[in-house]
Design a protein around this ligand. Structure first.
Ligand SMILES: Cc1ncc(COP(=O)(O)O)c(C=O)c1O
Length: 376
C-alpha cells in the first residue's frame, strides 16, 4: 500500500510501530497444501513438540469446554498454586500470559517507553525487538559472539552489560536462544546479574529450559530471591506441547508482578489453556518422553548434518540452525518435498535454516530430502 493510500488516522501510529516489520511465523501446513497441492507434509518450522500434549492435558481441555460460556479465572488461582509449589515461589510472584510472548510484551509496556532502551543480543528472539519498538523505546542490539567462538553466534554477555545505562529498562536474555539454540552457563550469567544495575529488569527467557541437558546450564529461578530485578519466563508451548492454547508465565518479585498485572488484559489466559496446563504439569512421564525424543533427535540431526558436511550451531533447545549452500533455494526445495523448515535470514543468519526436532521418522525424512536437494 502506498503512503497516500493510507487513511489519515495512521499518522498517529508511533515511529516505533511504523518502523516494525510484522513477526513472520513458520508456514502453516494448510498453506503449503494450498500452494503446492501436496499432502503428507511435516512441519519442522516452529519449535513445537512432535509428541504433542499429554493425554491428560487433552482430556482436561475437552472437559473445560463445558465452561466456555463463562469467563476464565482471571487470576489463574489454581494454576498459580501449582506453579508456585513447583518453583518454590509465592503465587504473588507469578504472572500468567497468553503465551510467554504476552509476558515479554507486558515487561516492555511496564518498563520501557520513549527515552528508555532495551538491550538484547544480535540473532536474539524476534519478539524482543518487536515489543521494544512497539512502545517507542530504543532497541540496543548487541553483536553476538563470532562464528568461530566456542559458542558460535551466542550472547556476548560482557558486551551486553557494557550497553546498559541508567535508561535501560530491560535486558532480554534467551537461554537457550532462538534461533541459534545457544545457551549461557551459570557463572557468567550470575556475574552479569551482579554487574547490572538494580534499576534494570533482567528478563531471562527460558522457553526451552525443560529440554536442556548441558552441564552448567542454570535454572534461573534460583536467583529470584537474590535479584529482585530478575524475571524468568517459561512456557507450555514447547516441551509441554500446548503451543496452540497460548499459555506461559513469568516468575519475578511480587512488586514487579503487581505492576505487570496492572496492564495485563483481565482474562488473557483462557479456561481451556489453564485446565490443560494444570494437567500437563501433573504428567512428568510425558514430559520426560518429550525430552528424551528431543535429545535423540538433536543427536540424530547433528550427526546427519555432519555426514552431509554441513555446519550447524550448537543447540540445547528443540531445534538446530544449519548452514546450507543456498538457504532460500534449499528452503523451497524442501517445501516441494513436503517439509517446512524456517529460513532465519531475518535474524541475521541468511545462510542458515532452522530445523525443529521431529519424531525419528521426521528427522530421517528431513535428512534424506536434504541430501537429495544438496546433490541436485
Ligand atoms: C526464545 C523464545 N521465547 C519465547 C517464545 C514464546 O513462546 P510462547 O509465546 O509460545 O510461550 C519463543 C517461541 O518460539 C521463543 O523461541
Amino acid at each position: 500500500m502506498t503512503e497516500q493510500a493510507q487513511p489519515a488516522c495512521t499518522r498517529h501510529a508511533s515511529a516505533g510501530v511504523r518502523g516494525l516489520s510484522p513477526y513472520e511465523p513458520g508456514k502453516p501446513v494448510s498453506e503449503l497444501e494450498r500452494e503446492y497441492g501436496i499432502s503428507d507434509i511435516i512441519k519442522l518450522a516452529s519449535n513445537e513438540s512432535p509428541l504433542g500434549p499429554a493425554p491428560a492435558a487433552l482430556e482436561a481441555a475437552h472437559t473445560a469446554l463445558a465452561d466456555l460460556a463463562l469467563y476464565p479465572d482471571g487470576n489463574g488461582f489454581e494454576l498459580k498454586q501449582v506453579l508456585a509449589r513447583r518453583h518454590a515461589v509465592a503465587p504473588e510472584q507469578i504472572v500468567l500470559g497468553n503465551g510467554s510472548n504476552d509476558v515479554l510484551d507486558l515487561a516492555a509496556r511496564v518498563f520501557l517507553g520513549p527515552g528508555r532502551n532495551a538491550v538484547f543480543s544480535q540473532h536474539g528472539f524476534a519478539v524482543y525487538m518487536l515489543v521494544t519498538r512497539a512502545v517507542d523505546a530504543e532497541a540496543r542490539e548487541v553483536p553476538a559472539l563470532a562464528m568461530e567462538a566456542t559458542m558460535p553466534c551466542g550472547h556476548d554477555l560482557q558486551a551486553m552489560a557494557a550497553q546498559v545505562d541508567e535508561q535501560t529498562g530491560v535486558v532480554f536474555i534467551a537461554n537457550p536462544n532462538n534461533p541459534t539454540g545457544t545457551w549461557v552457563e551459570s557463572d557468567p550469567l550470575e556475574e552479569l546479574l551482579e554487574r547490572l544495575p538494580p534499576t534494570t529488569l533482567v528478563v531471562l527467557d527460558e522457553a526451552y529450559a525443560e529440554y536442556v541437558q548441558t552441564p552448567g546450564y542454570p535454572d534461573g529461578t534460583r536467583w529470584l530471591e537474590q535479584y529482585p530485578n530478575l524475571m524468568v519466563t517459561r512456557t507450555f508451548s514447547k516441551a509441554y506441547g500446548l503451543a496452540g492454547l497460548r499459555i506461559g508465565y513469568g516468575l519475578c518479585h511480587p512488586a514487579v508482578a503487581d505492576l505487570l498485572n496492572r496492564v495485563r488484559q483481565p482474562f488473557n489466559v483462557n479456561t481451556v489453556a489453564q485446565a490443560a496446563a494444570l494437567a500437563a504439569l501433573d504428567d512428568n512421564e510425558h514430559l520426560a518422553r518429550a525430552i528424551k525424543i528431543n535429545n535423540q533427535g538433536l543427536a540424530e540431526l547433528s550427526r546427519g548434518f555432519d555426514r552431509l558436511g554441513l555446519k550447524w550451531l550448537p543447540s540445547a533447545a528443540n531445534f538446530i540452525s544449519v548452514q546450507v549452500p543456498d538457504a532460500p533455494a534449499t528452503y523451497k526445495a524442501l517445501l516441494r518435498a513436503g517439509i517446512i523448515v524456517r529460513p532465519v535470514a531475518a535474524y541475521g543468519l541468511p545462510g542458515f535454516l532452522r530445523v525443529s526436532v521431529g519424531l525419528p521418522e521426521h528427522n530421517h525424512r528431513l535428512l534424506m530430502s536434504l541430501e537429495k536437494v544438496l546433490k541436485a
